[in-house]
Design a protein around this ligand. Structure first.
Ligand code: CMC
Length: 379
């Protein structure tokens, strides 16, 4: 076979590598389903805990099953002291680096680390879902010189995160909003980080390694890092009246408007619609409507780009929500990560169920049979 017979699909655009039952994205019509359930139904009626069960187990729980799952999540919230010590030692790093390092370190304290059975992966997935917010909150408090706050069993997953981050029992509305935000980020097909997690699993490695891979990939601004970049852009703009000049300059210089565009969605990301409404209401509730106004004015300027399939994605409004909750900008991608652990767990379990080593090829286009010249004879 010659190189001319080979077709290269750079970026693996529109390549299907396997089947899945975890989620389905209808990119043309802007629809998303987790395990067959429309994301809008889940966002309006479910909770992050229930949706995590759905993703990991494949079906919705009954009351007893949800209660058990929730109590397992709650009892896994405390971090080993040695992991807190590691966080102290790397506290000056970016929160995503601290999260990646700490998740990797947790493998040393997990009794199931090398067990790749379905049951063990469920147990580990629950633990990692509960431990990730604990890492992010502990790190943020340690770097601010504050004490690490023990979890509160009376609070939901999302409210407990806010409590352990700020030290104050959060407003019920804020807790509900963050719960929905986690739910909306929980799973999303073969995005780059889930692909990475699957590649790690495909070598018969383990869930901690797969999730560590996922965190490293999610950090990039083309993926989960975009929420942080959107809020930076809104701050650079400063006032709604400055938006037009800023965005025109950015686009004229072939820059990218963060929070817009997606490999699969060619219409508005359904998750962005929920977050848009939430960001608007939160801004009104907190008496800070400026950020929503800036984002809306960016969205208006981007309307002509919808024809090219460049529309709002999940990251466009999420940064404003975190900002209005008083969360530091550099924690935004970590919040995305906390939401995504159940999705990674579900996909890693799927990969293990019908495993095949994921090992594509690169087409070599360098020289061949070059004569080795001893170093002294090289010019
Ligand atoms: N602003 C301006 N132009 C854009 C944008 C944007 N945000 N996104 C894509 N385009 C243009 C791009 O310049 C290119 O134009 P041309 O064909 O003239 O060179 C065309 O659209 C196709 O872009 P692409 O990079 O080939 O498309 P892709 O599918 O590889 O990229 C993307 C997807 C998400 C990396 C890209 O849209 C982007 O960089 N967006 C901004 C970052 C962002 O918001 N990322 C979050 C993604 S959603 C959350 C997640 O799942 O992680």
């Amino acid at each position: 076979m010659t190189n001319d017979d080979l077709e290269i699909k750079r970026g693996l655009k529109d390549i299907y590598i396997d089947t899945t039952k975890s989620s389905y994205i209808d990119g043309k019509n802007g629809r998303l389903f987790y395990r067959g359930y429309d994301i809008n139904q889940l966002a309006n009626n479910s909770t992050f805990e229930e949706t995590s069960y759905l993703l990991m187990h494949g079906e919705l729980p009954n009351e007893r099953e949800l209660e058990k799952f929730d109590s397992e999540l709650k009892s896994a919230r405390k971090l080993p002291d040695k992991v807190i010590e590691i966080i102290r030692n790397v506290q000056s790093s970016h929160p995503m680096d601290v999260l990646r390092t700490s998740i990797s370190a947790l493998s040393a304290f997990d009794v199931d680390v090398n067990d790749n059975s379905r049951e063990a992966n469920l147990r580990k997935g629950i633990r990692l879902t509960a431990q990730s917010p604990a890492i992010v909150a502990a790190h943020d408090r340690i770097r601010r010189g504050e004490n690490v706050i023990p979890p509160d069993e009376n609070l939901s997953h999302a409210s407990n995160f806010l409590y352990t981050l700020t030290g104050e029992i959060p407003d019920k509305e804020d807790g509900k909003l963050l719960d929905k935000d986690f739910l909306l980020h929980a799973e999303h097909g073969l995005n780059a980080s889930s692909f990475g997690a699957r590649i790690t699993a495909s070598t018969q490695s383990d869930l901690h390694s797969a999730v560590t891979t996922g965190v490293g990939i999610l950090k990039g601004p083309s993926h989960g890092g975009a929420a942080e970049s959107v809020m930076k852009m809104a701050m650079d703009i400063g006032e709604p009246d400055n938006t037009e000049e800023y965005i025109k300059n950015l686009l004229n210089n072939r820059g990218r408007v963060m929070g817009f565009g997606h490999r699969v969605y060619k219409s508005v990301d359904p998750r962005a619609i929920h977050l848009r409404d939430d960001a608007k209401k939160l801004g009104e509730r907190k008496n800070q409507t400026k950020w929503y106004s800036i984002l809306e004015s960016i969205a208006e300027l981007m309307v002509p780009y919808a024809k090219k399939g460049i529309c709002q994605n999940v990251d466009f409004f999420s940064g404003a929500i975190y900002y209005l909750m008083g969360i530091s900008e550099d924690l935004y991608t970590s919040i995305f990560t906390m939401g995504r652990i159940p999705g990674w767990t579900a996909q890693v379990m799927e990969q293990f169920e019908k495993n095949i080593l994921i090992r594509p090829r690169l087409l070599y286009d360098g020289l061949l049979d070059i004569d080795y010249v001893p170093i002294k004879k090289r010019s």
